[in-house]
Design a protein around this ligand. Structure first.
Ligand SMILES: Cc1cc2nc3c(=O)[nH]c(=O)nc-3n(C[C@H](O)[C@H](O)[C@H](O)COP(=O)(O)O)c2cc1C
Length: 154
């Protein structure tokens, strides 16, 4: 059986709420919840399928806990891994860097051979620039609690 994990920081409120919502939607499937702040290479590579939650911080950057793990990814062979990303961002507050972290992490994972899945339409969002934009899609699911909270259940 394929091993699946949702990986996010257990110290984030909003990103964590979305993680729980995603887990619920899988109902009876076995999915591990993994704290990104305690992630090791071995743990990461033990999963075949992963959903990574990544808010954008610091004007277009990855949060520190992902930033710290990223150098390890550079030495990994991720071929055969299926990865979906979801990101939290604020399109009105940071229109020039909306959801950038999804684009940054997505490219790093793709460069090591991972297959990214779960791209979603950019329709309905207003921003100037996003590293997560590829054609008319985001390289994952874009959640904007600040401006579109009503579109999210929690
Ligand atoms: C200091 C600061 C910088 C931020 N920079 C960005 C940014 O560059 N791009 C973006 O889309 N959102 C940015 N945001 C918005 C956050 O991504 C958003 O509030 C998100 O919901 C945070 O999720 P978390 O609480 O789970 O970490 C920033 C927020 C703060 C407080």
């Amino acid at each position: 059986m394929k091993k699946t994990a949702i990986i996010y920081s257990f110290n984030t409120k909003k990103t964590g709420k979305i993680a729980e919502q995603i887990k619920k939607s899988f109902e009876n499937e076995e999915i591990d919840m993994v704290n990104a702040e305690e992630l090791t290479d071995e743990k990461f590579l033990s999963y075949d399928q992963m959903i990574l939650g990544v808010p954008t911080w610091f004007d277009g950057e990855l949060p520190n806990y992902w930033d710290e793990f990223v150098p390890a990814i550079d030495d990994m062979n991720l071929s055969g891994k299926k990865i979906a990303l979801y990101g939290l961002g604020d399109q009105k507050g940071y229109p020039e860097n909306f959801l950038d972290a999804v684009g940054i992490l997505g490219r790093i994972l793709e460069d090591q051979g991972a297959k990214l899945v779960g791209f979603t339409s950019t329709e309905g969002y207003e921003f100037e620039n996003s590293l997560a934009e590829r054609g008319d899609q985001f390289m994952g699911l874009a959640i904007d609690y600040e401006n579109q909270g009503s579109k999210t259940k929690y």
